[in-house]
Design a binder for this molecule. Structure first.
Ligand code: ADP
Ligand code: MG
Length: 335
């Protein structure tokens, strides 16, 4: 997708509305490489790569990598792995190792969450248009019928061979950006980058700390506030922070917020006490999948799942602005 600078700038501001927000802090020591930023737009998301790096080409190459992943994982790109799976009419499809890794992980999270997370959400998610100028609800019967075609257990994986029954559809919206974040982090580390903060919409991942050793600061979007206003600020060293929230993609109608975190059982946006869930973890794929999963499960069951997992912490914010932390999460919060 080609975009002019102005459009990108507008999108960059819009992207700040999509959850975890990187808060830039001025000043850097003399001996460190220049701070550089590269902005791009892939997978319907503003991507901002900021790193202390002398060679500007490194960040440009990393952005090119993002484009390659979009070509592989986006269900709307004709010929992509996702597109071919969704158009195979029940026939087996050979996919990339990347896709196989993602789907294997997605199935594992589905099993752990009793189906709250379901990568075959496509039949329902495609009936929702959260970007329409005049938002409309999908037809209730069509949505109920779509929900019957959501079932991760019918997605078959044998190495890199994927079989999905006709009529079903995968949608990697809750996991692909996390996977890409992890891959871009690895890519930049291989190119020698030691200090970076990478933002993919609601996913923020750090490489190391800032050059002076202090943590990156990552805001958790205020659920009621203007875009880019943080309700909490976390400190982040070499870690991923992912937020899923009801304010990200959605609309309000007759006092109800219709948002993009859907129940795989009904196809409707989950209406529970929650406004957002933030996950701190090493892997951003894990954080991405779990932020959506925990949101759909709700505070109680979601927290139980988080506490059962090693190396994962969570911050749940409900619609009344109450904050619930997992046992180790508060250690990451500055204010
Ligand atoms: P984003 O970072 O784009 O806001 P999230 O990681 O919060 O996205 O995930 C929401 C997206 O995931 C939706 O747009 C949809 O594509 C997909 N999705 C929605 N509900 C579920 C679910 N219960 N399980 C798996 N994927 C879902
Ligand atoms: Mg997610």
């Amino acid at each position: 997708m080609k975009m002019n600078k102005r459009k990108l700038a507008i999108l960059a501001v819009a992207a700040m509305m999509t959850a975890a927000v990187f808060i830039p802090v001025a000043g850097s020591a003399d001996s460190v490489p220049d701070k550089r930023t590269e902005i791009g737009f892939y997978l319907d998301t503003i991507i901002t790569l900021t790193a202390y790096v002398d060679d500007p080409q490194i960040l440009k190459d990393a952005m090119t990598e993002c484009g390659k992943y979009e070509q592989l994982l986006s269900r709307t790109v004709e010929g992509s792995d996702a597109w071919r799976i969704n158009h195979a009419n029940g026939e087996p499809v050979e996919v990339s190792e990347d896709m196989a890794v993602i789907l294997r992980f997605a199935k594992a999270i589905s099993e752990k969450s009793g189906g709250a997370f379901d990568v075959t959400i496509g039949p329902a998610s495609t009936l929702w248009d959260f970007k329409a100028e005049t938002p409309a609800l999908p037809d209730a019967e069509a949505l109920a019928e779509a929900a019957k075609r959501i079932d991760y257990s019918k997605l078959e994986l044998d190495g890199t061979t994927v079989t999905l029954p006709a009529g079903m559809m995968i949608d990697l919206g809750a996991i692909a950006k996390g996977y890409i974040a992890d891959q871009i982090k690895s890519y930049l580390k291989e190119r020698g980058v030691e200090n970076a903060i990478l933002s993919f919409g609601g996913n923020v991942i750090a490489i190391g700390a800032k050059p002076n050793g202090s943590p990156w600061k990552v805001g958790i979007q205020d659920i009621d506030g203007e875009a880019q206003t943080a309700m909490l600020v976390s400190k982040n060293i070499d870690m991923s922070a992912v937020t899923s929230g009801i304010y990200e993609r959605g609309f309000e109608m007759d006092g109800v917020i219709y948002h993009h975190l859907l129940s795989p059982f009904t196809g409707w946006p989950v209406q529970n006490e929650l406004a957002s869930v933030t996950i701190f973890s090493d892997s951003s794929m894990m954080g991405d999948a779990l932020s959506t999963t925990a949101f759909v499960m709700g505070t109680e069951a979601g927290m139980e799942l988080i506490e059962s997992l090693e190396g994962v912490e969570a911050v749940f914010i409900d619609r009344e602005r109450n904050v619930t932390y997992s046992s180790g999460a508060e250690a990451y919060i500055i204010q």
